[in-house]
Design a protein around this ligand. Structure first.
Ligand code: TRP
Length: 554
Protein backbone atom coordinates (compact mmCIF):
# COMPACT_ATOMS: atom_id res chain seq x y z
CA UNK A 1 0.00 0.00 0.00
CA UNK A 2 2.83 2.34 0.79
CA UNK A 3 4.08 2.34 -2.74
CA UNK A 4 0.55 2.58 -4.07
CA UNK A 5 0.05 5.85 -2.25
CA UNK A 6 3.45 7.17 -3.22
CA UNK A 7 2.68 6.41 -6.86
CA UNK A 8 -0.52 8.42 -6.57
CA UNK A 9 -0.40 11.87 -8.05
CA UNK A 10 -0.66 14.76 -5.60
CA UNK A 11 -1.39 18.47 -5.79
CA UNK A 12 1.76 20.53 -5.95
CA UNK A 13 0.72 22.28 -2.74
CA UNK A 14 -2.00 23.78 -0.63
CA UNK A 15 -2.98 26.46 -3.11
CA UNK A 16 -3.42 23.98 -5.94
CA UNK A 17 -5.79 21.92 -3.84
CA UNK A 18 -7.75 24.91 -2.56
CA UNK A 19 -8.22 26.38 -6.02
CA UNK A 20 -9.19 23.04 -7.55
CA UNK A 21 -11.70 22.30 -4.78
CA UNK A 22 -13.02 25.85 -4.89
CA UNK A 23 -13.34 25.37 -8.65
CA UNK A 24 -15.46 22.31 -8.04
CA UNK A 25 -17.62 24.13 -5.54
CA UNK A 26 -17.98 27.35 -7.51
CA UNK A 27 -20.25 26.57 -10.41
CA UNK A 28 -23.60 27.20 -11.99
CA UNK A 29 -25.04 26.80 -8.50
CA UNK A 30 -23.31 29.96 -7.33
CA UNK A 31 -23.84 32.18 -10.31
CA UNK A 32 -27.14 31.05 -11.67
CA UNK A 33 -29.04 29.70 -8.69
CA UNK A 34 -27.86 31.45 -5.54
CA UNK A 35 -28.73 35.01 -6.63
CA UNK A 36 -32.30 34.19 -7.53
CA UNK A 37 -33.10 32.02 -4.52
CA UNK A 38 -31.70 34.83 -2.39
CA UNK A 39 -33.89 37.35 -4.16
CA UNK A 40 -36.92 35.13 -3.66
CA UNK A 41 -36.35 34.25 -0.03
CA UNK A 42 -35.84 37.55 1.68
CA UNK A 43 -32.45 38.81 0.52
CA UNK A 44 -30.13 39.49 3.43
CA UNK A 45 -32.30 37.40 5.75
CA UNK A 46 -31.76 34.40 3.52
CA UNK A 47 -28.04 35.08 3.31
CA UNK A 48 -27.88 34.84 7.11
CA UNK A 49 -29.66 31.49 7.08
CA UNK A 50 -27.43 30.28 4.28
CA UNK A 51 -24.31 31.29 6.20
CA UNK A 52 -25.62 29.39 9.20
CA UNK A 53 -26.18 26.25 7.10
CA UNK A 54 -22.72 26.57 5.59
CA UNK A 55 -21.09 26.87 9.01
CA UNK A 56 -23.10 24.25 10.83
CA UNK A 57 -23.39 21.61 8.09
CA UNK A 58 -21.20 22.60 5.16
CA UNK A 59 -17.89 23.05 6.94
CA UNK A 60 -18.09 19.90 9.09
CA UNK A 61 -19.19 17.65 6.23
CA UNK A 62 -16.57 19.05 3.91
CA UNK A 63 -13.89 18.40 6.51
CA UNK A 64 -15.21 14.82 6.73
CA UNK A 65 -14.88 14.28 3.00
CA UNK A 66 -11.40 15.75 2.77
CA UNK A 67 -10.24 13.74 5.77
CA UNK A 68 -11.61 10.47 4.39
CA UNK A 69 -9.99 11.17 1.05
CA UNK A 70 -6.58 12.07 2.39
CA UNK A 71 -6.49 9.23 4.90
CA UNK A 72 -7.34 6.53 2.38
CA UNK A 73 -5.71 8.09 -0.70
CA UNK A 74 -8.48 6.51 -2.74
CA UNK A 75 -11.58 7.30 -4.76
CA UNK A 76 -14.85 7.17 -2.77
CA UNK A 77 -15.48 3.47 -3.37
CA UNK A 78 -11.90 2.55 -2.49
CA UNK A 79 -12.04 4.79 0.58
CA UNK A 80 -15.08 3.08 2.02
CA UNK A 81 -13.77 -0.33 1.02
CA UNK A 82 -10.58 0.32 2.95
CA UNK A 83 -12.40 1.44 6.09
CA UNK A 84 -15.53 -0.71 5.88
CA UNK A 85 -15.86 -2.66 9.13
CA UNK A 86 -16.40 -6.44 8.72
CA UNK A 87 -19.72 -6.16 10.55
CA UNK A 88 -21.62 -2.94 10.95
CA UNK A 89 -24.81 -3.10 12.97
CA UNK A 90 -25.89 0.26 11.66
CA UNK A 91 -25.52 -0.93 8.05
CA UNK A 92 -27.47 -4.09 8.84
CA UNK A 93 -30.23 -2.08 10.45
CA UNK A 94 -30.47 0.19 7.39
CA UNK A 95 -30.40 -2.83 5.09
CA UNK A 96 -33.16 -4.51 7.07
CA UNK A 97 -35.35 -1.40 6.93
CA UNK A 98 -34.89 -1.17 3.17
CA UNK A 99 -35.62 -4.85 2.56
CA UNK A 100 -38.78 -4.55 4.63
CA UNK A 101 -39.84 -1.41 2.82
CA UNK A 102 -39.13 -3.08 -0.52
CA UNK A 103 -41.33 -6.05 0.40
CA UNK A 104 -44.13 -3.75 1.54
CA UNK A 105 -43.92 -1.86 -1.75
CA UNK A 106 -44.05 -5.12 -3.69
CA UNK A 107 -47.08 -6.18 -1.68
CA UNK A 108 -48.74 -2.96 -2.85
CA UNK A 109 -47.76 -3.85 -6.41
CA UNK A 110 -45.33 -0.98 -6.74
CA UNK A 111 -43.04 -3.16 -8.82
CA UNK A 112 -40.43 -0.64 -9.90
CA UNK A 113 -39.94 1.02 -6.54
CA UNK A 114 -40.28 -2.30 -4.71
CA UNK A 115 -37.57 -4.08 -6.69
CA UNK A 116 -35.29 -1.02 -6.49
CA UNK A 117 -35.63 -0.70 -2.71
CA UNK A 118 -35.33 -4.44 -2.12
CA UNK A 119 -32.29 -4.66 -4.36
CA UNK A 120 -30.59 -1.74 -2.63
CA UNK A 121 -31.39 -3.23 0.77
CA UNK A 122 -29.78 -6.54 -0.19
CA UNK A 123 -26.80 -4.67 -1.61
CA UNK A 124 -26.39 -2.96 1.77
CA UNK A 125 -25.98 -6.41 3.35
CA UNK A 126 -23.45 -7.44 0.75
CA UNK A 127 -21.37 -4.29 0.40
CA UNK A 128 -22.06 -2.35 3.59
CA UNK A 129 -20.69 1.19 3.60
CA UNK A 130 -18.90 0.69 0.29
CA UNK A 131 -22.28 1.39 -1.24
CA UNK A 132 -22.03 5.02 -0.15
CA UNK A 133 -18.96 5.39 -2.35
CA UNK A 134 -20.75 3.61 -5.18
CA UNK A 135 -23.67 6.01 -4.83
CA UNK A 136 -21.18 8.85 -5.24
CA UNK A 137 -19.77 7.47 -8.48
CA UNK A 138 -23.26 6.93 -9.89
CA UNK A 139 -24.20 10.46 -8.80
CA UNK A 140 -21.18 11.71 -10.72
CA UNK A 141 -22.64 10.24 -13.91
CA UNK A 142 -26.11 11.62 -13.25
CA UNK A 143 -25.09 15.14 -12.23
CA UNK A 144 -22.61 15.63 -15.03
CA UNK A 145 -25.12 14.43 -17.61
CA UNK A 146 -27.55 17.27 -16.93
CA UNK A 147 -24.99 19.77 -15.66
CA UNK A 148 -23.10 19.64 -18.92
CA UNK A 149 -26.28 20.35 -20.86
CA UNK A 150 -26.74 23.65 -19.04
CA UNK A 151 -23.01 24.24 -19.34
CA UNK A 152 -23.44 23.61 -23.06
CA UNK A 153 -25.99 26.43 -23.19
CA UNK A 154 -23.30 28.72 -21.77
CA UNK A 155 -20.97 27.57 -24.56
CA UNK A 156 -23.62 28.40 -27.14
CA UNK A 157 -24.44 31.73 -25.56
CA UNK A 158 -20.77 32.68 -25.33
CA UNK A 159 -20.55 32.05 -29.05
CA UNK A 160 -23.72 33.98 -29.80
CA UNK A 161 -22.62 36.87 -27.59
CA UNK A 162 -19.32 37.12 -29.43
CA UNK A 163 -21.17 37.07 -32.72
CA UNK A 164 -23.34 39.91 -31.44
CA UNK A 165 -26.51 37.84 -31.75
CA UNK A 166 -27.81 38.52 -28.27
CA UNK A 167 -29.00 42.09 -28.81
CA UNK A 168 -32.57 41.48 -27.72
CA UNK A 169 -34.74 44.55 -27.40
CA UNK A 170 -37.15 43.06 -24.91
CA UNK A 171 -37.67 40.01 -22.75
CA UNK A 172 -40.22 38.20 -24.96
CA UNK A 173 -37.73 38.24 -27.85
CA UNK A 174 -35.00 36.89 -25.57
CA UNK A 175 -37.39 34.25 -24.29
CA UNK A 176 -38.32 33.11 -27.75
CA UNK A 177 -34.67 32.97 -28.83
CA UNK A 178 -33.72 30.92 -25.78
CA UNK A 179 -36.67 28.58 -26.28
CA UNK A 180 -35.69 27.97 -29.87
CA UNK A 181 -32.05 27.51 -28.90
CA UNK A 182 -32.54 24.78 -26.31
CA UNK A 183 -34.88 22.68 -28.42
CA UNK A 184 -32.63 22.78 -31.46
CA UNK A 185 -30.85 19.42 -31.20
CA UNK A 186 -27.84 20.60 -33.20
CA UNK A 187 -27.13 23.47 -30.87
CA UNK A 188 -28.05 21.62 -27.69
CA UNK A 189 -26.07 18.47 -28.41
CA UNK A 190 -23.27 20.25 -30.20
CA UNK A 191 -22.62 22.64 -27.32
CA UNK A 192 -22.95 19.84 -24.79
CA UNK A 193 -20.34 17.92 -26.82
CA UNK A 194 -17.96 20.88 -26.78
CA UNK A 195 -18.29 21.18 -23.02
CA UNK A 196 -17.71 17.47 -22.41
CA UNK A 197 -14.71 17.62 -24.72
CA UNK A 198 -13.18 20.41 -22.65
CA UNK A 199 -13.75 18.39 -19.47
CA UNK A 200 -12.21 15.30 -21.02
CA UNK A 201 -9.16 17.22 -22.27
CA UNK A 202 -8.44 18.63 -18.82
CA UNK A 203 -9.05 15.46 -16.80
CA UNK A 204 -7.08 13.46 -19.37
CA UNK A 205 -3.92 15.39 -18.48
CA UNK A 206 -4.12 14.28 -14.88
CA UNK A 207 -4.29 15.86 -11.47
CA UNK A 208 -1.40 18.29 -11.63
CA UNK A 209 -0.96 19.02 -15.32
CA UNK A 210 -4.70 19.04 -15.98
CA UNK A 211 -6.99 19.85 -13.09
CA UNK A 212 -4.60 21.89 -10.95
CA UNK A 213 -3.03 23.79 -13.82
CA UNK A 214 -6.37 24.79 -15.30
CA UNK A 215 -7.89 25.66 -11.94
CA UNK A 216 -4.96 27.98 -11.30
CA UNK A 217 -5.65 29.71 -14.61
CA UNK A 218 -9.43 29.69 -14.60
CA UNK A 219 -10.20 30.67 -11.01
CA UNK A 220 -8.38 34.02 -11.20
CA UNK A 221 -10.10 34.64 -14.55
CA UNK A 222 -13.45 33.98 -12.92
CA UNK A 223 -12.68 36.30 -10.04
CA UNK A 224 -11.45 39.04 -12.34
CA UNK A 225 -14.52 38.92 -14.57
CA UNK A 226 -16.80 39.03 -11.55
CA UNK A 227 -15.10 42.12 -10.17
CA UNK A 228 -15.28 43.87 -13.55
CA UNK A 229 -18.97 43.04 -13.91
CA UNK A 230 -19.73 44.23 -10.39
CA UNK A 231 -18.01 47.55 -11.01
CA UNK A 232 -19.88 47.94 -14.30
CA UNK A 233 -23.22 47.13 -12.68
CA UNK A 234 -22.77 49.32 -9.62
CA UNK A 235 -21.73 52.37 -11.62
CA UNK A 236 -24.90 52.40 -13.70
CA UNK A 237 -27.36 55.06 -12.55
CA UNK A 238 -30.11 53.49 -10.44
CA UNK A 239 -28.03 50.48 -9.49
CA UNK A 240 -28.63 50.79 -5.76
CA UNK A 241 -32.22 49.58 -6.12
CA UNK A 242 -30.75 46.25 -7.20
CA UNK A 243 -28.45 46.03 -4.22
CA UNK A 244 -31.39 46.83 -2.00
CA UNK A 245 -33.52 44.15 -3.60
CA UNK A 246 -30.73 41.61 -3.32
CA UNK A 247 -29.47 42.17 0.17
CA UNK A 248 -31.91 44.12 2.33
CA UNK A 249 -33.19 41.57 4.81
CA UNK A 250 -36.90 40.80 4.67
CA UNK A 251 -37.64 38.31 7.41
CA UNK A 252 -41.26 37.98 6.36
CA UNK A 253 -40.21 36.15 3.21
CA UNK A 254 -38.20 33.68 5.25
CA UNK A 255 -40.18 30.46 5.71
CA UNK A 256 -39.32 26.96 6.90
CA UNK A 257 -39.01 26.17 3.27
CA UNK A 258 -36.34 28.84 2.81
CA UNK A 259 -34.28 27.15 5.49
CA UNK A 260 -34.52 23.83 3.68
CA UNK A 261 -33.67 25.51 0.39
CA UNK A 262 -30.63 27.05 2.05
CA UNK A 263 -29.53 23.68 3.40
CA UNK A 264 -29.99 21.86 0.13
CA UNK A 265 -28.20 24.57 -1.73
CA UNK A 266 -25.31 24.58 0.75
CA UNK A 267 -24.77 20.93 -0.12
CA UNK A 268 -24.97 21.32 -3.86
CA UNK A 269 -22.92 24.48 -3.90
CA UNK A 270 -20.09 22.98 -1.88
CA UNK A 271 -20.09 19.83 -4.09
CA UNK A 272 -20.75 17.70 -1.02
CA UNK A 273 -22.42 14.33 -0.65
CA UNK A 274 -20.98 12.40 -3.57
CA UNK A 275 -17.27 12.17 -2.96
CA UNK A 276 -16.10 14.87 -5.37
CA UNK A 277 -14.32 16.70 -2.57
CA UNK A 278 -13.26 13.32 -1.14
CA UNK A 279 -11.59 12.46 -4.43
CA UNK A 280 -9.80 15.80 -4.54
CA UNK A 281 -8.87 15.24 -0.89
CA UNK A 282 -7.22 11.97 -1.86
CA UNK A 283 -4.59 13.95 -3.76
CA UNK A 284 -3.72 16.09 -0.74
CA UNK A 285 -0.36 15.60 0.96
CA UNK A 286 0.04 14.86 4.66
CA UNK A 287 1.57 18.26 5.33
CA UNK A 288 -1.56 20.22 4.47
CA UNK A 289 -3.73 21.85 7.08
CA UNK A 290 -7.17 20.37 6.45
CA UNK A 291 -9.01 22.80 8.71
CA UNK A 292 -7.64 25.85 6.97
CA UNK A 293 -8.13 24.36 3.50
CA UNK A 294 -11.78 23.63 4.29
CA UNK A 295 -12.34 27.15 5.54
CA UNK A 296 -10.69 28.69 2.48
CA UNK A 297 -12.76 26.63 0.06
CA UNK A 298 -15.99 27.44 1.84
CA UNK A 299 -15.19 31.15 2.10
CA UNK A 300 -14.31 31.37 -1.60
CA UNK A 301 -17.48 29.55 -2.60
CA UNK A 302 -19.68 31.78 -0.47
CA UNK A 303 -17.93 34.93 -1.58
CA UNK A 304 -18.42 34.13 -5.25
CA UNK A 305 -22.10 33.34 -4.67
CA UNK A 306 -22.63 36.72 -3.01
CA UNK A 307 -20.61 38.52 -5.65
CA UNK A 308 -22.59 36.89 -8.46
CA UNK A 309 -25.76 38.58 -7.24
CA UNK A 310 -23.96 41.91 -7.07
CA UNK A 311 -22.82 41.45 -10.64
CA UNK A 312 -26.38 41.01 -11.90
CA UNK A 313 -29.13 42.67 -9.87
CA UNK A 314 -27.78 46.24 -9.97
CA UNK A 315 -27.63 46.13 -13.77
CA UNK A 316 -31.07 44.53 -14.01
CA UNK A 317 -32.62 47.25 -11.84
CA UNK A 318 -30.66 50.08 -13.39
CA UNK A 319 -32.08 49.18 -16.77
CA UNK A 320 -35.58 48.93 -15.33
CA UNK A 321 -36.19 45.21 -15.72
CA UNK A 322 -37.84 43.00 -13.19
CA UNK A 323 -35.52 40.41 -11.77
CA UNK A 324 -36.82 37.13 -13.14
CA UNK A 325 -36.41 34.05 -11.05
CA UNK A 326 -35.11 30.78 -12.36
CA UNK A 327 -33.15 30.01 -15.49
CA UNK A 328 -34.68 33.05 -17.13
CA UNK A 329 -32.50 35.45 -15.18
CA UNK A 330 -29.25 34.31 -16.70
CA UNK A 331 -30.23 33.32 -20.20
CA UNK A 332 -33.02 35.78 -20.93
CA UNK A 333 -33.06 38.83 -18.69
CA UNK A 334 -29.32 39.42 -18.57
CA UNK A 335 -28.66 39.31 -22.32
CA UNK A 336 -31.48 41.83 -22.72
CA UNK A 337 -30.03 44.03 -19.98
CA UNK A 338 -26.61 43.96 -21.62
CA UNK A 339 -28.16 44.84 -24.95
CA UNK A 340 -29.26 48.11 -23.32
CA UNK A 341 -25.75 48.96 -22.11
CA UNK A 342 -23.02 50.45 -24.33
CA UNK A 343 -20.67 47.72 -25.61
CA UNK A 344 -23.35 45.21 -24.72
CA UNK A 345 -21.85 42.41 -26.80
CA UNK A 346 -18.61 42.70 -24.83
CA UNK A 347 -20.36 42.54 -21.44
CA UNK A 348 -22.51 39.63 -22.56
CA UNK A 349 -19.45 37.78 -23.83
CA UNK A 350 -17.47 38.08 -20.64
CA UNK A 351 -20.54 37.20 -18.60
CA UNK A 352 -21.06 33.94 -20.47
CA UNK A 353 -17.35 33.18 -20.31
CA UNK A 354 -17.68 33.62 -16.54
CA UNK A 355 -20.50 31.08 -16.45
CA UNK A 356 -18.59 28.71 -18.69
CA UNK A 357 -15.45 28.89 -16.57
CA UNK A 358 -17.45 28.26 -13.41
CA UNK A 359 -19.20 25.28 -15.00
CA UNK A 360 -15.99 23.87 -16.42
CA UNK A 361 -14.07 23.62 -13.15
CA UNK A 362 -17.12 21.92 -11.61
CA UNK A 363 -17.58 19.57 -14.54
CA UNK A 364 -14.01 18.32 -14.32
CA UNK A 365 -14.47 17.45 -10.65
CA UNK A 366 -17.48 15.33 -11.51
CA UNK A 367 -15.63 13.52 -14.29
CA UNK A 368 -12.64 13.04 -11.99
CA UNK A 369 -14.75 11.05 -9.50
CA UNK A 370 -15.72 8.57 -12.18
CA UNK A 371 -12.19 8.47 -13.56
CA UNK A 372 -10.57 7.94 -10.15
CA UNK A 373 -12.88 5.02 -9.48
CA UNK A 374 -11.94 3.22 -12.68
CA UNK A 375 -8.25 4.00 -12.24
CA UNK A 376 -8.00 2.90 -8.59
CA UNK A 377 -10.46 0.05 -8.44
CA UNK A 378 -10.54 -1.34 -11.95
CA UNK A 379 -6.92 -0.60 -12.84
CA UNK A 380 -7.80 1.26 -16.01
CA UNK A 381 -5.40 3.86 -17.30
CA UNK A 382 -6.45 7.44 -16.70
CA UNK A 383 -6.56 8.14 -20.42
CA UNK A 384 -8.84 5.26 -21.18
CA UNK A 385 -11.16 5.93 -18.23
CA UNK A 386 -11.48 9.63 -19.04
CA UNK A 387 -12.27 9.12 -22.70
CA UNK A 388 -14.62 6.16 -22.28
CA UNK A 389 -16.68 7.68 -19.48
CA UNK A 390 -16.57 11.13 -20.97
CA UNK A 391 -18.29 9.62 -23.97
CA UNK A 392 -20.74 7.61 -21.86
CA UNK A 393 -21.71 10.77 -19.96
CA UNK A 394 -21.96 12.65 -23.24
CA UNK A 395 -24.48 10.07 -24.49
CA UNK A 396 -26.50 10.14 -21.28
CA UNK A 397 -26.40 13.93 -21.38
CA UNK A 398 -27.62 13.94 -24.96
CA UNK A 399 -30.79 12.29 -23.71
CA UNK A 400 -31.15 15.15 -21.23
CA UNK A 401 -30.38 17.68 -23.94
CA UNK A 402 -33.09 16.52 -26.31
CA UNK A 403 -35.67 16.22 -23.57
CA UNK A 404 -35.43 19.43 -21.57
CA UNK A 405 -38.88 20.46 -22.59
CA UNK A 406 -40.61 17.11 -22.53
CA UNK A 407 -40.63 13.52 -23.65
CA UNK A 408 -41.74 13.96 -27.28
CA UNK A 409 -38.36 12.84 -28.55
CA UNK A 410 -38.01 9.89 -26.18
CA UNK A 411 -41.41 8.20 -26.18
CA UNK A 412 -40.04 4.66 -25.67
CA UNK A 413 -37.96 5.57 -22.65
CA UNK A 414 -40.93 7.41 -21.21
CA UNK A 415 -43.18 4.37 -21.61
CA UNK A 416 -40.63 2.11 -19.95
CA UNK A 417 -40.22 4.47 -17.01
CA UNK A 418 -43.95 4.91 -16.57
CA UNK A 419 -44.48 1.15 -16.75
CA UNK A 420 -41.87 0.51 -14.03
CA UNK A 421 -42.36 3.43 -11.67
CA UNK A 422 -45.99 4.37 -12.17
CA UNK A 423 -45.35 7.95 -13.17
CA UNK A 424 -42.49 10.29 -13.97
CA UNK A 425 -42.27 13.89 -12.87
CA UNK A 426 -40.84 16.26 -15.42
CA UNK A 427 -38.53 15.54 -18.34
CA UNK A 428 -35.57 13.17 -18.44
CA UNK A 429 -33.45 16.18 -17.56
CA UNK A 430 -35.62 16.78 -14.47
CA UNK A 431 -35.49 13.10 -13.53
CA UNK A 432 -31.69 13.16 -13.47
CA UNK A 433 -31.59 16.45 -11.57
CA UNK A 434 -34.16 15.27 -9.06
CA UNK A 435 -32.51 11.89 -8.56
CA UNK A 436 -29.11 13.43 -7.94
CA UNK A 437 -29.93 16.64 -6.09
CA UNK A 438 -32.84 15.46 -3.98
CA UNK A 439 -31.90 11.84 -3.31
CA UNK A 440 -28.28 10.98 -3.89
CA UNK A 441 -26.57 14.08 -2.48
CA UNK A 442 -28.55 14.31 0.77
CA UNK A 443 -28.31 10.56 1.35
CA UNK A 444 -24.62 10.63 0.51
CA UNK A 445 -24.04 13.50 2.93
CA UNK A 446 -26.05 11.79 5.64
CA UNK A 447 -24.14 8.53 5.33
CA UNK A 448 -20.75 10.19 5.07
CA UNK A 449 -21.29 12.02 8.36
CA UNK A 450 -22.78 8.94 10.03
CA UNK A 451 -19.83 6.89 8.84
CA UNK A 452 -17.21 9.29 10.14
CA UNK A 453 -19.12 10.10 13.33
CA UNK A 454 -20.10 6.61 14.36
CA UNK A 455 -18.32 3.91 12.34
CA UNK A 456 -14.82 5.00 11.44
CA UNK A 457 -14.95 7.26 14.47
CA UNK A 458 -14.12 10.88 15.11
CA UNK A 459 -11.02 9.77 17.06
CA UNK A 460 -9.34 8.32 13.97
CA UNK A 461 -10.57 11.20 11.86
CA UNK A 462 -9.06 13.74 14.23
CA UNK A 463 -5.76 11.83 14.22
CA UNK A 464 -5.74 12.26 10.46
CA UNK A 465 -6.68 15.94 10.66
CA UNK A 466 -3.88 16.58 13.19
CA UNK A 467 -1.27 15.70 10.57
CA UNK A 468 -0.18 18.92 8.98
CA UNK A 469 -2.43 21.09 11.11
CA UNK A 470 0.13 22.37 13.66
CA UNK A 471 -2.03 21.62 16.71
CA UNK A 472 -4.81 23.54 15.07
CA UNK A 473 -7.31 20.81 15.93
CA UNK A 474 -6.40 21.03 19.59
CA UNK A 475 -6.56 24.74 19.98
CA UNK A 476 -8.76 25.68 22.86
CA UNK A 477 -11.55 27.60 21.19
CA UNK A 478 -12.15 30.09 23.98
CA UNK A 479 -8.42 30.89 24.13
CA UNK A 480 -8.39 31.33 20.39
CA UNK A 481 -11.22 33.83 20.52
CA UNK A 482 -9.58 35.59 23.45
CA UNK A 483 -6.30 35.89 21.60
CA UNK A 484 -4.55 33.59 24.09
CA UNK A 485 -3.93 30.73 21.69
CA UNK A 486 -0.18 30.63 22.29
CA UNK A 487 -0.32 31.11 25.99
CA UNK A 488 0.70 27.75 27.50
CA UNK A 489 -1.68 28.14 30.41
CA UNK A 490 -4.55 28.44 28.02
CA UNK A 491 -3.78 25.39 25.94
CA UNK A 492 -4.28 22.78 28.58
CA UNK A 493 -5.30 19.51 26.94
CA UNK A 494 -7.88 19.06 29.67
CA UNK A 495 -9.84 21.86 28.14
CA UNK A 496 -12.44 20.11 26.09
CA UNK A 497 -13.84 22.82 23.88
CA UNK A 498 -11.43 22.50 20.99
CA UNK A 499 -12.08 22.86 17.30
CA UNK A 500 -11.83 19.10 17.02
CA UNK A 501 -14.32 18.37 19.76
CA UNK A 502 -16.77 20.87 18.39
CA UNK A 503 -16.44 19.29 14.94
CA UNK A 504 -17.05 15.83 16.43
CA UNK A 505 -20.31 16.95 17.97
CA UNK A 506 -21.47 18.53 14.72
CA UNK A 507 -20.62 15.46 12.69
CA UNK A 508 -22.16 12.95 15.08
CA UNK A 509 -25.38 14.75 15.90
CA UNK A 510 -26.14 18.00 14.18
CA UNK A 511 -25.30 17.34 10.53
CA UNK A 512 -27.01 13.94 10.26
CA UNK A 513 -30.19 15.16 11.93
CA UNK A 514 -30.39 18.33 9.86
CA UNK A 515 -29.73 16.52 6.61
CA UNK A 516 -32.24 13.80 7.46
CA UNK A 517 -34.95 16.36 8.20
CA UNK A 518 -34.25 18.19 4.95
CA UNK A 519 -34.26 14.92 3.01
CA UNK A 520 -37.54 13.65 4.48
CA UNK A 521 -39.06 16.99 3.68
CA UNK A 522 -37.98 17.01 0.03
CA UNK A 523 -39.23 13.48 -0.57
CA UNK A 524 -42.48 14.47 1.10
CA UNK A 525 -42.49 12.16 4.13
CA UNK A 526 -42.34 15.03 6.52
CA UNK A 527 -44.11 18.20 5.61
CA UNK A 528 -42.65 21.09 7.50
CA UNK A 529 -44.12 23.66 5.18
CA UNK A 530 -47.72 22.50 5.18
CA UNK A 531 -48.98 24.34 8.25
CA UNK A 532 -48.52 27.78 6.81
CA UNK A 533 -51.05 27.86 4.02
CA UNK A 534 -48.60 28.59 1.31
CA UNK A 535 -49.69 30.99 -1.41
CA UNK A 536 -50.04 29.37 -4.82
CA UNK A 537 -46.70 29.22 -6.62
CA UNK A 538 -46.09 32.30 -8.72
CA UNK A 539 -46.46 31.85 -12.44
CA UNK A 540 -43.20 31.11 -14.25
CA UNK A 541 -41.13 34.17 -13.62
CA UNK A 542 -40.07 34.63 -17.19
CA UNK A 543 -43.50 35.93 -17.97
CA UNK A 544 -43.33 38.57 -15.27
CA UNK A 545 -40.08 39.92 -16.50
CA UNK A 546 -41.42 42.79 -18.51
CA UNK A 547 -39.61 46.10 -18.35
CA UNK A 548 -40.90 47.91 -15.28
CA UNK A 549 -42.81 51.17 -15.40
CA UNK A 550 -40.08 53.33 -13.98
CA UNK A 551 -37.75 52.40 -16.78
CA UNK A 552 -34.84 54.78 -17.05
CA UNK A 553 -34.55 54.06 -20.72
CA UNK A 554 -34.97 57.12 -22.92
N1 TRP B 1 -20.89 22.80 -6.79
C1 TRP B 1 -21.19 22.96 -8.16
C2 TRP B 1 -22.07 24.19 -8.36
O1 TRP B 1 -22.28 24.93 -7.45
C3 TRP B 1 -21.84 21.75 -8.76
C4 TRP B 1 -21.07 20.51 -8.49
C5 TRP B 1 -19.87 20.19 -8.92
C6 TRP B 1 -21.44 19.50 -7.63
N2 TRP B 1 -19.47 19.00 -8.41
C7 TRP B 1 -20.41 18.56 -7.63
C8 TRP B 1 -22.53 19.31 -6.87
C9 TRP B 1 -20.47 17.45 -6.84
C10 TRP B 1 -22.58 18.21 -6.08
C11 TRP B 1 -21.56 17.28 -6.06
O2 TRP B 1 -22.54 24.43 -9.43
Amino acid sequence: MANESSAREHWSGGLGFILAAAGSAIGLGNIWKFPYITGENGGGAFVLVYLLCITVIGVPVMLCEITLGRHTQRNPVGAFRMLNPPVSRLAHLIGLCMVTLGLVLLAFREWGWGVATLGLGLAVFKYGWVLVGGLGVVAGFCILSFYSVVAGWTVGYTWKAMAGQLNFTDIPTAEAAFGAFIVDPWWAIGCHAVFMLLCILIVYRGVRAGIERWSKILMPVLFGILVVLIVRGLTLPGAMAGVQFYLSPDFSKLTTNSILIALGHAFFSLSLGMGAIMTYGSYVGKNQNLFLSTLSIVVLDTLVALMAGLAMFPAVFAKGFNPAVGPGLVFQVLPTVFAHIPFGAFWATIFFILLLVAALTSGISLLEVVTAYFVDERKWTRHRATVVFGIVIFLLGSLCAISVTGWERLPRLHDVLVATFGSVKGSFFDVMDNLASNWMLPLGGLFISLFVGWIWGTKRAVDEIRQGSHNFADVHLISLLAGLKDDPGHNDPRHVITLASLWGIFIRFISPVAVLIAFLNTIGWLDLTKKKSAPPPPPPAIEQAEPAQESVEP
